[in-house]
Design a binder for this molecule. Structure first.
Ligand SMILES: Cc1cc2nc3c(=O)[nH]c(=O)nc-3n(C[C@H](O)[C@H](O)[C@H](O)COP(=O)(O)OP(=O)(O)OC[C@H]3O[C@@H](n4cnc5c(N)ncnc54)[C@H](O)[C@@H]3O)c2cc1C
Length: 317
């Protein structure tokens, strides 16, 4: 079933999870061990992130360095197929522009279609860790909207090869990203919204947001979207804080603010066990308020924290 159908068919707020592929070298059991305890909440769908390759410098025996390409967390498509097969739950692979040519994207979409996966979350991706700016592949996409156009084209049976006629029309339900606190490269929230509106006008079915810790930011963002004519569901993305270090790491990586009350409470904790408790309580309060505001889903970035996420969702059902 498509994400959009889950949202439309459910009377209550839907629960969904996002997971990361395991580090290379680990098996699918690590995914099942992570997800098994969360299955009692009957998630409507499970997203699996995509991680592009990174370039590293490896020291040779003679002291010189060699540039090597490394993908630390491969397996997004395989994990999605395994989840659908093992749990009979819809999986949503993330697809990114970074590192992909249009042809590789087309082939990945063909694989997904053959596997019966008809949901995708389409993203631009970021620059590799040791580079400052995102650079598209020579024959790749610069913005998520271009990737979206490719998927919409395939949904109409239009493939890259001009002379391929009567191509199978795929049937992908398309999610895109939105940023309640603005995407870090956008000059202002209005311009960011304008680009988001274009993704919607080109065929996105729903939006999933970046994490946020202040519900007002999400609710204001939804209002701004509605005022600019965006009518599709906007799913809040949620992540509990679990370590003191995240007070600086999360704003650095995700370009989001941590409310003063939350940061003060975390700073007064003696250890990360106490931080986890504070993070959980904050997230439960956030979720209760969001449920009351009738959000379409609560989408949890699980990031390997099975127990914490379990406790939060249990407090909501
Ligand atoms: C829910 C969610 C899931 C994610 N999952 C992953 C993942 O699995 N793997 C991963 O690598 N990253 C992931 N990311 C991170 C994402 O790739 C980055 O935030 C990236 O920097 C932007 O992606 P986007 O799809 O929002 O880009 P875009 O929509 O392309 O926007 C990027 C920037 O360009 C601007 N822009 C858009 N279109 C245009 C245009 N035509 N002209 C000029 N400017 C434009 C936008 O305002 C924005 O500032 C995720 C983010 C979210 C919110």
């Amino acid at each position: 079933m498509k994400v959009i159908e889950h949202l439309q068919n459910s009377k209550d707020t839907v629960i969904s999870f996002e997971i990361l592929p395991p580090q290379k070298g680990k098996g699918i059991e690590s995914i099942y061990n992570h997800l098994d305890p969360l299955m009692e909440f009957k998630p409507a769908f499970i997203n699996v992130t995509y991680h592009r390759s990174e370039y590293m410098f490896k020291k040779r025996k003679d002291g010189t360095f060699e540039k090597v390409e490394l993908r630390k967390r491969p397996g997004t498509v395989g994990i999605c197929a395994a989840i659908m097969n093992h749990y009979k739950i819809d999986a949503v692979p993330h697809l990114i522009c970074g590192g992909f040519s249009k042809e590789e994207t087309e082939n990945a979409l063909i694989d997904l279609n053959f596997l019966g996966i008809d949901n995708v979350l389409l993203l631009r991706g970021d620059a590799p860790k040791n580079e400052t700016f995102f650079v598209p592949e020579p024959d790749g996409h610069r913005y998520a909207i271009e990737l979206l156009d490719q998927v919409v084209n395939m949904n109409h049976g239009i493939y890259i090869e001009d002379d391929l006629i009567d191509g199978l029309k795929t049937n992908f339900c398309i999610g895109v990203a939105g940023y309640p606190e603005k995407h870090f490269e956008a000059p202002n929230i209005e311009t960011d919204l304008m680009h988001l509106k274009k993704k919607v006008d080109h065929g996105a079915d729903y939006i999933t947001t970046q994490m946020f810790f202040d519900n007002k930011k999400y609710l204001d963002f939804v209002n701004c979207c509605r005022e600019s004519g965006i009518t599709i569901p906007i799913i809040p993305g949620l992540k509990p804080i679990t370590t003191k270090r995240q007070l600086t790491v999360l704003p650095h990586i995700f370009h989001i603010d941590i409310p003063t009350d939350l940061s003060k409470a975390i700073l007064s904790c003696k250890n990360d066990e106490e931080v986890q408790q504070v993070g959980k309580e904050w997230m439960i309060a956030q979720c209760k308020e969001l449920k009351e505001a009738n959000v379409p889903a609560l989408h949890f970035y699980t990031m390997g924290k099975t127990r914490v996420i379990h406790d939060i969702v249990q407090a909501l059902v």
